[in-house]
Design a protein around this ligand. Sequence first.
Ligand SMILES: Cc1cc2nc3c(=O)[nH]c(=O)nc-3n(C[C@H](O)[C@H](O)[C@H](O)COP(=O)(O)O)c2cc1C
Length: 258
Amino acid sequence: MQSDWEPIRKRVSCRAYQDRPLEPARIAQLQDKIQELNAASGLHFQLIVSETAGKPAVKLLAAMFHGSPNVCAALVGGEDCISGEKVGYYGEKLVLYATALGLGTCWVAGTFDRKSIHPDIGPGEKLWDVVPIGYALETVPARQKMIRKSIRSRDRKPEEFLESDLPLAQLPMWVQKGVEAVRLGPSAVNQQPVNIRFRNGTISARIWKKGHGLEYNDLGIAKCQFEAGAYAYGVTGHWDFGDGAVFHVSKVVSGGED
Ligand SMILES: Cc1cc2nc3c(=O)[nH]c(=O)nc-3n(C[C@H](O)[C@H](O)[C@H](O)COP(=O)(O)O)c2cc1C
């Protein structure tokens, strides 16, 4: 398994896309990844591809976005909290995969036209989010720069993501790396509502801030990011699902990566 540290560092919410459709080979890679993630999770993610020149896969709000890619992922899953968490966890795996392919992505729960997209939604399911996927503009327009700056200016410090009797600097490096990955990850309106707990050697993840309705997406995203950060420092493990659930270490694989 390849480390996701590079995509974790590189990923930002891309709100400015080139007017350049994704090549069929790239689309096939994304389709395969989605199939793999659905098989592992039981979710119903779908890749929406517009075959019509100039027609986007989903209409994004023009006030927030520049350009609209011809491909997007529709993150469909059950309506309950655990499904919301799984959407976050597996959706972030897709985002990191697309980032590793050199593509721009953005989690979008609100600022798109729901009538412009028609994924298959089964009984008991809903469309949680869309993720436009395309080539990022090399020079980010001033408007999108300003949007990002104003949202991420509320970033919390690394220590604020940790609930522990020990200071962050005294925890194992792989835990520090996992916490850093959580800090770098996306969250709805940059609320960063998930903390990592380290008590008596046990690690868990907890939603400390409820309210905007997408905190279970954020919980899954934070768990994916933590796991990838830990792996980059040589530790494999897996999470139980649920608020307050535990991270199980499986094995130490190799030395760390900076
Ligand atoms: C579940 C979820 C929903 C989001 N919805 C939107 C959205 O509707 N519109 C938008 O512009 N950004 C949306 N974002 C992106 C966040 O604003 C972004 O992740 C956060 O500001 C941190 O910035 P970064 O992703 O560039 O690190 C969403 C993110 C998540 C995780």
